[in-house]
Design a protein around this ligand. Structure first.
Ligand code: UP5
Ligand code: MG
Length: 216
């Protein structure tokens, strides 16, 4: 089967659905993406997971990525975009949740220019810093960046570099903001409402398009 990112597939009109899932460190992006995958059939691509797998694989960029993550900084766009593009090409699916990316304006611009894809919408998990800190400190999954020193750096980078990306999508009317401080199930109820209403909207737009083309 041809890849969704073959040259002809990035032509306008080709249906690749991309949803960016953004929010601060520990806001619940990964947790909710797992729920969305189960209910709505998306493929979940966590940029952080792809970068951590790259470290584990012993690739030539591994050491550089590891020290950037330890400092809570942002890995160069070309590295992350290549990993995301490769993961999309490998997939048979045409619906992707891209979690934790883009983290700065340069990430956003590089992704759009390299892939030619703009997100259908952007989910934003809004959560107070003290709640995110509490969650990260009790996660216990052995992540090298889940220590208080790195967590503070991650929060700073989030405020300085990632919030402007969120503001950008808000100004384009693409942002769907969710109160992520609620319990997991309550957050997912709000997520479900968004996915149910947008898939109905897409279906009705397609139906309208079909009607227009058959009546002309
Ligand atoms: N939890 C989740 N939801 C909860 C809820 N509603 N109530 C109570 N608890 C809840 O959740 C975190 C913890 O909270 C879990 O224990 C969970 O059970 C609980 P999780 O779903 O894992 O939150 P998430 O938002 O995914 O947190 P994560 O730490 O993964 O977010 P980050 O954005 O910090 O991490 P990411 O892996 O995306 O990036 C890590 C680093 O990689 C970055 O700091 C950066 O250095 C680098 N990076 C790049 O350079 N470029 C990229 O494009 C991506 C990453
Ligand atoms: Mg995550």
């Amino acid at each position: 089967m041809g890849s969704v990112l073959d040259a002809e597939c990035t032509e306008p009109g080709t249906k690749v659905t991309v949803i960016f899932v953004l929010g601060g460190p520990g806001s619940g992006k990964g947790t909710q993406c797992a729920n969305i995958v189960r209910h709505f059939g998306y493929t979940h691509l966590s940029a952080g997971d792809l970068l951590r797998a790259e470290i584990k694989s012993g690739s030539k960029n591994g050491t550089m990525i590891q020290s950037i993550i330890k400092e809570g900084k942002i890995v160069p766009s070309e590295v992350t975009v290549k990993l995301l593009q490769h993961a999309m090409q490998e997939s048979e699916n045409d619906k992707f949740l891209i979690d934790g990316f883009p983290r700065n304006e340069e990430n956003r611009e590089t992704f759009e220019s390299v892939t030619g894809i703009a997100p259908n919408f952007v989910l934003f998990f809004d959560c107070p810093e003290d709640e995110m800190e509490k969650r990260l400190l009790s996660r216990n999954q052995g992540r090298e960046d889940d220590n208080i020193e790195t967590i503070k750096k991650r929060f700073k980078v989030y405020l300085e570099s990632s919030l402007p990306v969120i503001a950008h999508y808000s100004s384009k009317g693409k942002l769907k903001k969710i109160d992520a401080a609620k319990p997991v199930d309550a957050v997912f109820e709000d997520v479900k409402a968004i996915f149910n209403s947008t898939s109905e909207k897409v279906a009705s737009e397609e139906f309208q398009h079909l009607q227009d083309s058959t009546s002309s």
